[in-house]
Design a binder for this molecule. Structure first.
Ligand code: TXA
Ligand code: MG
Length: 364
């Protein structure tokens, strides 16, 4: 059991506060910190014993490699042995930001960081606290998402504490993250870039900068968990809530009807149901419930998680992991979630919903 220091930081005057955790990182300790995507659990990427503490704290298989976080381009030079010209264009376009690039690694990067691979994932986060922390520590910071292995990535400081208090040296609580889904992972070692994990930076945005961009087939597959994975993270079960999660795709009326019928049946079986609904459909669904259920029954059995408009998916994306955790905290047996079109951020959102539901996606 470690003694975990919790440090709250706000928008101003955080640099002074960050000196303590920055020193911890430099000394080989573990520090969880906010980024714009999700919270990360950091340690000095060049220090093998610091890295082993990350795997131990998360209970993570050690062949699943880590993303190394940098504060500036100078730090990149130490980590990589080759940068393709098109990768430079992508870095200029999207860093700092929610995208990690896979490069050929240098000899300086321990294989414990890369899970034995000869490549390394690197990201410059678009978050002032994260970059100031890395800069002050003076070392590149390896950081997977700051959750216990198998739990959703944390989007609030309190979720990090729930998972990792007593297991890490420090947790920096910087409030809610903005994106809420993990970064796009892009392999830039080949002739053209290949997306290994979809995120906020989309294939279309990448193509606009460099022309061609491929998407690894495993990111689109429902059975990716069992596939031979290019990105080792693909083969592990992730993000699964305790509740059974069903995802509904299709036209509004079809989805409303399916959600209504499933909820009704679950209530009859005395279950508790979480509904991840969009505004356009909730107004119809709510009327159906009002006409058929007493308020007492509804309140006892149903928890509604409003995801905003289906036309503006950023909100749904930023809340998904929080709502999955909160549905579990409410003791829900079943989560019925609105599936979305795989376009823009919807692609990453749907990818996480498919994983969390273990493929229980119903096309209406
Ligand atoms: O948004 C994010 O990327 C967050 C924040 C903290 O930056 N980090 C994060 O790390 O999501 P993690 O460890 O949970 O996910 C890293 C993903 C895994 O799927 C891993 O397999 C993949 O990146 N990855 C890392 N290094 C790789 C490599 N050399 N080749 C292929 N995939 C790699
Ligand atoms: Mg993770």
């Amino acid at each position: 059991m470690k003694e975990t220091m919790i440090l709250k930081v706000s928008d101003f005057a955080f640099e002074e506060k960050l000196k303590i955790p920055a020193k911890m990182l430099a000394e080989g300790k573990t520090v969880a910190f906010p980024t714009e995507t999700v919270y990360g659990l950091g340690a000095n990427a060049l220090d093998e014993s610091a890295i082993s503490q990350i795997y131990a704290a998360k209970g993570r298989p050690s062949d699943n490699p880590l993303i190394v976080h940098i504060a500036d381009l100078e730090m990149l030079e130490v980590l990589v042995s080759e940068i393709k010209p098109y990768a430079k264009a992508l870095m200029a376009a999207f860093w700092p930001g929610p995208i990690a690039f896979i490069f050929k690694k240098s000899d300086r990067v321990p294989t414990s960081v890369t899970g034995g691979l000869d490549t390394v994932a690197v990201r410059m986060p678009d978050h002032e606290v994260a970059r100031a922390l890395i800069r002050l520590s003076g070392v590149p910071v390896a950081a997977p998402s700051a959750n216990l292995s198998g739990k959703p990535s944390p989007t609030l400081g309190r979720f990090v504490a729930e998972d990792l208090f007593g297991r890490v040296d420090c947790i920096i609580d910087g409030g809610a993250v903005s994106v809420g889904l993990e970064s796009t992972v892009l392999d830039v070692t080949g002739e053209i870039p290949v997306i290994l994990r979809p995120g906020k930076i989309t294939k279309e945005a990448i193509s606009e900068v460099v022309g061609a961009c491929d998407v690894d087939a495993a990111t689109e597959s429902l059975s990716e968990v069992t596939m031979v994975a290019k990105s080792p993270g693909m083969k592990y079960k992730h993000y699964a809530p305790n509740a059974t999660l069903h995802v509904y795709l299709g036209d509004a009326m079809g989805v409303v009807k399916a959600m209504y019928e499933k909820t009704e049946a679950a209530i009859r079986a005395n279950q508790k149901v979480a509904l991840f609904v969009v505004d356009e459909e909730w107004c119809v669904l709510e009327k159906l419930f009002e006409n058929t259920l007493s308020k007492a029954d509804f309140d006892k059995h149903v928890v509604v998680f409003s995801q905003g408009s289906i036309k503006a998916l950023d909100r749904y994306a930023s809340q998904l992991f929080r709502d999955l955790r909160d549905a579990d905290a409410h003791g829900c047996d079943l989560i019925l979630a609105r599936g979305v079109e795989a376009e823009g951020i919807g692609k990453a959102l749907m990818n996480r919903l498919i994983k969390a539901s273990e493929g229980s996606v119903f096309k209406i």
